[in-house]
Unconditional design. Sequence first.
Length: 212
Amino acid sequence: MLTPDSLRIPRDWWIEAGADTGTYMGGAICAISPKYDLYVLEEFPNYHYTGDGTIELTGMTVGEWIKWFALRLRHYTRQTKNFAWVDANTTFKTEVAHGFRFKMNKKALDLRTEVTREYMRNGRIHFMPWLKVIPYEFEEAAWPEEETNSGRYLRVKKKDHCLDGVEHVCSRRPHPDFKTMEKAVKPGSLQDMLNRSAHARPREIDPHLGAN
């Protein structure tokens, strides 16, 4: 059975993380393939959605959330010092704990959304089968009926705390840095597992996101 701990990420793939800080905290860890496809590996909400779509906190403390996020990120990067991209106006300190810190992403929300739409349009975002919150937030993502004066759709800021993390990663247009990578392991371990698992783009996405 495919699980987060059974994934073997090839060394020529890149790991990036993004987060949203505040009362409702969310995050995402993503892997980027040499062909620039983005795989959302894990999600980190301190909340859940009820049957009617109401958001509720789980009671997790900030310290517990940071430790959870940090240890899982370390699992994938095999490094003791890691970071996640966050809004430039975050109230959290840059240095946090467990070798984990936040790094300010100065890309504007509309740009982050536009780049994410581009990834979706080209079928370059894939979700692990165990994800629950992020696929739901992508399904619930909404935009106004009309464009702004600049011709962009500004996504409504609602039900998006883990989705924000994915958008932060997308906005950086991450790609493997082959100059600093170790020699790649035999290719295909992650892709082979994914080929045997149900992983698909979310259903019924707002058409402004570019899905059919």
